[in-house]
Design a protein around this ligand. Structure first.
Ligand code: HEC
Length: 139
């Protein structure tokens, strides 16, 4: 239920960003779920359970940026529009209840600029964000 409300909110938000859920899901299936798994649960010790990290990271300093600059997202083959759409869809699909109420959907330009600087010290960046919101380390 929460996820449909969130998707609806994305669609009517002033900074409207249309999420094509079918396209986003299929981009997730092709590009991400090999590691993140269909339900986002990942592999303990290797790939994080995004159901419990993504939404919470949005409340941390640098968390919004982290979700785009993390290599799996930043260096994906998806163009900026599709990556923005996919991240918005993942937030709605996997962790809608953790998304802050004042969240503004990712936009194409924002994502395009952030992914120009993919993270180098991924572990350090993730630890810094995760510690702020009580998300466990994965490494
Ligand atoms: C080869 C495996 C792999 C693939 C494919 C992959 N990821 Fe990831 N993803 C990871 C790992 C591992 C992490 C933890 C951070 C790191 O070490 O990169 C992660 C972290 C993330 C995070 C931050 C969540 C957190 O808890 O750290 C996001 C957002 C994310 N990935 C999005 C994506 C998207 C979007 C795609 C597809 C376009 C994708 N990933 C494809 C392995 C992968």
């Amino acid at each position: 239920m929460a996820r449909w409300l969130f998707l609806a909110a994305l669609l009517i938000h002033p900074a409207a960003f249309a999420v094509d859920a079918v396209r986003a899901r299929s981009n997730y299936m092709v590009n991400c779920q090999g590691c993140h798994l269909p339900d986002g649960s990942g592999y303990p010790g290797k790939v994080p359970d995004i159901r419990h990290s993504m939404g919470r990271f949005l409340a941390a300093d640098g968390g919004r940026e982290f979700l785009v600059r993390v290599p799996g997202a930043a260096i994906s083959v998806l163009d900026d529009e599709r990556l923005a759409e996919l991240l918005n869809w993942m937030l709605a699909e996997f962790c809608a209840t953790d998304v802050p109420s004042d969240f503004v959907a990712y936009g194409t330009t924002e994502v395009g600029l952030l992914r120009l600087r993919p993270l180098i010290d991924v572990q350090g960046a993730r630890s810094a964000v995760a510690a702020q919101v009580g998300v466990p380390a994965i490494y």
